[in-house]
Design a protein around this ligand. Structure first.
Ligand code: HEC
Length: 176
C-alpha cells in the first residue's frame, strides 16, 4: 500500500470518527459519559490526526521526489540533444581562421594559408580534425609550418571543435 492510500484511509477514518462523535453527542446528553471515555476518545483522535499528518508529509515528499526525478530526466534529455546550438561557421570566424584562410561559405578571402575551398576536397574528416589540432602533422606544399597556431585543441571546447570539423568537412568537400 503506498503512502497516498494510507493517507486517504486515515483521513477518511478521521472524518468518520468526527461524524460519529458529533452524532452521539447530539443524540445522548450523557455522551461521552465519563471523563475517562472522553480522554480515550481525544487520545485516539489525536493519534489519528498525527498519523494522518505524518502520511500527508510522507506523501508530499514522495510526490516531490517524483517531480524532481521527472525534472532531472527532462534536463538529461535536453543535454542529449546534438550540439545544434554551435554553428561551425561562427567558430571558424570567431576563432580567426578566416584571417588566414579563404572559405567562400564563411565569406573569408585571406591567402596566408591554403584555401579551404580547395585544400579539403576528397580529404577525410580525420584529416580535417588533425589539420586543426596538429597543423604541423601535415604541411601543405607551398606553405610553411609553424604559421598556423597549434593550440586550437586547448582553445576550443570539444563541442566547438566537433562543430568546426563537421562544418569544414561539409563545405570543404571532405567525404569520409
Ligand atoms: C595565422 C594564420 C592561420 C590561422 C589563424 C589558421 N590557420 Fe589553418 N593553416 C595556416 C597555414 C599557413 C596552413 C598550411 C600549413 C600547414 O598545413 O600547417 C594551414 C593549414 C590548415 C589546414 C590544412 C589545409 C591543407 O591544405 O592541408 C586546415 C584544415 C586549417 N588550416 C584550418 C584552420 C582552422 C579551422 C583555423 C581556425 C581554427 C585555422 N586554420 C587558423 C594558417 C592559419
Amino acid at each position: 500500500m503506498d503512502t497516498a492510500t494510507i493517507f486517504y484511509i486515515l483521513g477518511g477514518t478521521l472524518v468518520a470518527l468526527a461524524l460519529v462523535t458529533s452524532f452521539l453527542g447530539l443524540r445522548s446528553e450523557k455522551f461521552p459519559g465519563s471523563s475517562r471515555a472522553l480522554g480515550g476518545m481525544l487520545a485516539g483522535a489525536a493519534i489519528i490526526v498525527v498519523a494522518t499528518g505524518f502520511f500527508a508529509v510522507l506523501n508530499g515528499e514522495e510526490e516531490l521526489e517524483a517531480f524532481e526525478a521527472e525534472l532531472a530526466a527532462e534536463e538529461e534529455g535536453g543535454a542529449e540533444e546534438p550540439t545544434t546550438s554551435i554553428d561551425g561557421a561562427e567558430v571558424f570566424v570567431g576563432y580567426g581562421c578566416g584571417q588566414c584562410h579563404s572559405l567562400s561559405d564563411a565569406g573569408t578571402t585571406a591567402q596566408v594559408g591554403p584555401s579551404l575551398d580547395d585544400a579539403l576536397q576528397g580529404k577525410t574528416v580525420e584529416f580535417v580534425r588533425t589539420a586543426i589540432i596538429d597543423p604541423n602533422d601535415f604541411v601543405e606544399p607551398g606553405f610553411s609550418a609553424d604559421i598556423m597556431p597549434a593550440d586550437y585543441e586547448a582553445e576550443l571546447s570539444p563541442e566547438e571543435l566537433e562543430a568546426l570539423v563537421a562544418y569544414l568537412a561539409e563545405v570543404g568537400g571532405a567525404d569520409g
